[in-house]
Design a binder for this molecule. Structure first.
Ligand code: GMT
Length: 377
């Protein structure tokens, strides 16, 4: 099969959709495809020189007449330039707004026939799809794409529920870079963080937005803490963090909650963690679950969106109803108080990532879609 020239657009800053887009680009480049990232800044995981990967920066003119700088138009225009100048075969955009709409515009602007693949990641549908100012634009972006994928079956169904489209949508699950995310020895990190050797560790990683319900994580932790010596690691930063810190300060277990802020090396933190928690009210997939599982950490998550497609309830983690912190605490205690059960869940978590979400499997699924779309033009 001939190697392809693939354009990729994503949000370049921290976030699951940008991570997937960048890791996908890296793996496709390793397979010999030529990858062109088109974005407002260098995706944060492209931190060194990669053969076969090129970056095209979108710059926006802030002319005095503009009340708002027209980023979307500049992006579409840059996409059209790259499609033509680099003779792209396919343009893969991650996150519907504005990327799918810009891709449609770019396709119209460029003088070269090109296939558009759009991947829906979650909040572009579950939050923005409910915004009447944007719903029609999302529908347009989806309809104009040649191929649309979603990161879970749940998100696909939600798209049909919220957006007026009959477009066929394929589920292509997320993946992790197995070279980075795998079980490692813990070293003395526990000691460095002031955690006693016999204390157990719960971990939550998020961008501290309201939909992550971090207060439920804290409530679950407090219920576990009543029965077991345990620490809670809260990793990440975002709008809810201050409120959560204020609420933790009032708790009798405040000293057992560690706010670690944004962290680069999650693998080391997973190496000292016993259970990961994700209690979101909206979550299309939960890439952070997959990262933890790949490191051998069983997860407890809510029965929301794609979470039950990632955690296999009772095998490699537990699923609880949204807001049911008592059941979540119960499940965690079950795992922490039975070493044999915990060990079996840790192994099953690693195996599940390998069997169902391996990067080679997922990259091959995207490659097949690219060749399908190229064959159309
Ligand atoms: O979860 C976030 O707030 C970030 C967001 C993003 O756009 O980066 O994540 C979404 O895409 C990830 C990658 O596909 C998914 O793993 C997350 O579940 C999804 N977030 C939501 O649906 C809330």
């Amino acid at each position: 099969m001939r190697k392809l020239k693939i354009g990729i657009t994503c949000y370049p800053t921290v976030g699951g959709s940008g991570v997937i887009a960048t890791e996908l680009g890296k793996l496709l480049a390793e397979k010999g495809h030529e990858i062109h990232f088109i974005s407002s800044s260098m995706p944060f995981r492209l931190n060194k020189l990669y053969p076969n990967i090129f970056f095209h920066e979108v710059t926006v003119t802030n002319y005095a007449v503009f009340q708002y700088a027209p980023y979307d138009i500049a992006l579409a225009s840059k996409m059209a330039d790259v499609i033509q100048d680099e003779a792209l075969d396919v343009l893969h955009v991650h996150y519907a707004i504005p990327h799918a709409v810009c891709a449609a515009l770019a396709k119209g602007m460029s003088k070269r026939a090109i296939g558009i693949v759009t991947t829906l990641h979650g909040t572009d549908i579950s939050v923005l799809g409910q915004d009447s100012n944007l719903a029609r634009a999302i529908e347009y972006g989806i309809e104009q794409s040649d191929i649309v994928t979603s990161v879970s079956h749940a998100l696909k169904q939600q798209t049909y529920d919220l957006i007026q489209t009959k477009k066929s949508i394929e589920t292509v699950y997320n993946f992790v870079d197995e070279h980075e995310y795998h079980p490692i020895h813990a070293g003395d990190l526990k000691q460095q963080l002031g955690i006693k050797a016999d204390e157990r560790v719960l971990i939550h990683v998020s961008n501290f937005r309201k939909i992550k319900r971090v207060e439920d994580i804290v409530a679950t932790f407090c219920k576990v803490r009543q029965h077991q010596a345990v620490k809670l690691l809260l990793v990440g930063d975002g709008p809810e963090k201050q409120r959560i810190m204020d609420c933790v300060r009032l708790s009798p277990y405040a000293a057992d909650v560690l706010f670690l802020g944004k962290q680069e090396s999650l693998v080391e933190l997973y190496a000292i963690s016993d259970v990961k928690l994700l209690m979101s009210e909206k979550e299309s997939f939960g890439l952070v679950l997959l990262e933890a599982m790949a490191c051998g950490v069983p997860c407890v998550g809510t029965n929301i969106g794609g979470i039950p497609e990632v955690i296999c309830d009772g095998k490699d983690g537990y699923i609880v109803p949204l807001g049911d912190t008592a059941l979540a605490a119960n499940r965690i205690l079950q795992l922490l108080q039975d070493d044999t059960l915990h060990e079996a869940f840790c192994e099953a978590a690693v195996r599940s990532v390998y069997d169902h979400f391996h990067s080679s499997k997922i990259v091959a699924e995207y490659e097949k879609l690219y060749y399908d779309v190229v064959a159309k033009y």
